[in-house]
Design a binder for this molecule. Structure first.
Ligand SMILES: Cc1cc2nc3c(=O)[nH]c(=O)nc-3n(C[C@H](O)[C@H](O)[C@H](O)COP(=O)(O)OP(=O)(O)OC[C@H]3O[C@@H](n4cnc5c(N)ncnc54)[C@H](O)[C@@H]3O)c2cc1C
Length: 452
């Protein structure tokens, strides 16, 4: 358990004051991140890496106090030791709790508990003026408490959070359900999302994968105490491929939570880590999301992949299409039709969500009693010579047309007007004016679109 939170908090506040006095723009210093846009412009780095621990776990009240930069790997290890898990765990191990709240984290239990920020009960925020406040749903910082979701570090930095836990069991029993058309898959998802059950049994986790326009899977998970066998996808076997081969599987609760991490969903194939020999040789160091992220950063700096492609005779420039978009379930088939016709990327991840606090988080507005489907796609396509960002812009247009919203952890190309229409400009401007009147931190548009 992490000790000395109050001491660290006071030291961090003093360090931050010094940075403010230097008049430079400030940015969080992160060793590993899950942000997929290059940052332009220089900024003084604010180091809060020591806020990386679990402070306490209350197994009776089912809550934990954790520090803002604690990774889910740390939090899951600590809570599983008590037979508990955070209600929603973004299933890449290096995502931090503060990052998931300010970046709209979701996962396979989001159809039950909502998004990560909807499972937070209180948080300490270092405001842009250097003051640290505790924001809760009922105190004077209520607007900040709800406003932090999707604020991407533009309203302040989360140093500590109280989060909701759920009881876990030793294993998760997974079943895979194949569909050849999207409407049938969506009907299955909606019925489980609304009832929480499949064939009369409780479902604890639900997500899915599209391997092709008509090769679709829903993956359902249920906590169980015993398992007839235990699957393992940490090393030579790839979890995502197992969905194509099996009807069911049993994983330990820990392996279930990190089932996507070893192959970064399936992005490991872009690093040739789907080859058995490379897995055997380098698997121990490579098969984890932070290794891929580090390689990606190196690549962004040195353009290694581009040079290799050029040397092998492929001279066509590529466009990164790394996005998560969320659309109401009624529009999901239309999005899938559009996507499979126009964007040559497979597989695609499906994650259903239902809001636990609809209409309360102004920067992430969701309707009550509404299921949404999050589509995650992370790859490259051949760029069009007339516009290097053509496909991303088309996706943005399509998502807006279908009343959806895209996550802002990657690149975005909206105009100011369109952006503030989609991301509740009036509410954001009110929060910014109250909590950062001197504009010490960048605003959401500068950060997420201009990448400054
Ligand atoms: C292949 C891929 C798969 C993904 N899968 C998932 C998934 O399964 N589930 C999911 O939820 N997300 C997923 N994401 C999205 C990503 O995890 C989110 O963007 C998340 O916000 C990253 O959190 P982080 O802790 O790494 O923070 P970072 O990426 O470092 O930062 C994200 C933003 O939050 C701000 N921030 C970070 N920490 C704090 C803090 N303590 N206080 C205030 N602001 C802060 C930063 O300034 C930055 O603007 C995926 C992305 C990709 C590319």
């Amino acid at each position: 358990m992490s000790e000395g939170y109050h001491q660290k908090r006071d030291i961090a506040a003093r360090q931050y004051q010094k940075l403010l006095e230097s008049q430079q723009p400030v940015r969080l210093k992160k060793v590993v991140s899950n942000l997929f846009r290059e940052r332009r412009g220089k900024a003084a780095l604010f180091d809060v890496s020591s806020f990386d621990g679990v402070i306490s776990i209350d197994a009776t009240k089912l809550v934990a106090d954790v520090e803002g930069m604690a990774t889910y790997r740390t939090v899951v290890d600590a809570t599983l030791a008590h037979g508990l898990l955070p209600a929603v765990v973004p299933e890449l191990a290096t995502i931090t709790v503060g990052g998931a709240v300010s970046g709209g984290g979701i996962e396979a239990s989001s159809f039950r508990y909502g998004l990560v920020h909807e499972t937070v009960l209180a948080m300490d925020v270092l405001l842009p003026n250097g003051e640290v406040v505790t924001a809760t749903p009922n105190n004077q910082y209520q607007d900040l408490f709800y406003g932090m979701a999707n604020s991407f570090g533009t309203l302040g930095y989360i140093l500590k959070l109280t989060i909701k836990l759920i009881p876990a069991k030793r294993f998760v029993h997974l079943t895979y359900h194949q569909f050849d058309n999207m409407n049938d898959l969506l009907a299955k998802i909606e019925s489980v999302a609304k009832t929480g059950k499949h064939q009369g049994r409780n479902v604890d986790f639900m997500d899915g994968v599209g391997f092709g326009a008509h090769q679709l899977y829903v993956c359902l998970g249920r906590f169980v105490d015993t398992a007839p066998y235990i699957g393992n996808y940490r090393y030579n076997r790839r979890y995502y491929r197992s969905i194509l081969r099996r009807n069911e599987d049993y994983l330990t609760a820990r392996d279930f939570i990190w089932r996507w991490d070893s192959d970064w969903f399936w992005c490991s194939k872009n690093f040739y880590m789907d080859r058995l020999l490379l897995r055997l040789l380098f698997g121990k160091f490579m098969l984890r999301s932070e290794s891929y992220w580090r390689l990606l950063r190196l690549n962004q700096r040195w353009h290694i992949a581009e040079k290799l492609r050029w040397l092998s005779g492929q001279h066509q420039p590529m466009e990164d299409v790394i996005q998560d978009v969320q659309v109401p379930i009624e529009q999901a088939a239309a999005f899938w039709n559009y996507f499979t016709k126009h964007i040559p990327i497979q597989p695609v991840w499906f994650c259903p969500t239902r809001s636990a606090r609809a209409n309360q988080h102004p920067l992430y507005e969701l309707q009550p009693d509404q299921t949404y489907i999050n589509f995650g796609f992370w790859d490259q396509v051949e760029a069009r010579p007339d516009d290097p960002h053509y496909h991303n812009k088309q996706i943005e247009k399509q998502v807006s047309k279908l009343d959806g919203k895209k996550g802002l952890y990657s690149q975005a190309f909206y105009s100011q007007t369109e952006f503030w229409r989609l991301y509740n400009g009036p509410a954001y401007k009110k929060l910014k004016a109250k909590y950062d009147p001197k504009k010490r931190l960048k605003d959401l548009y500068q950060k997420c679109v201009e990448q400054s």
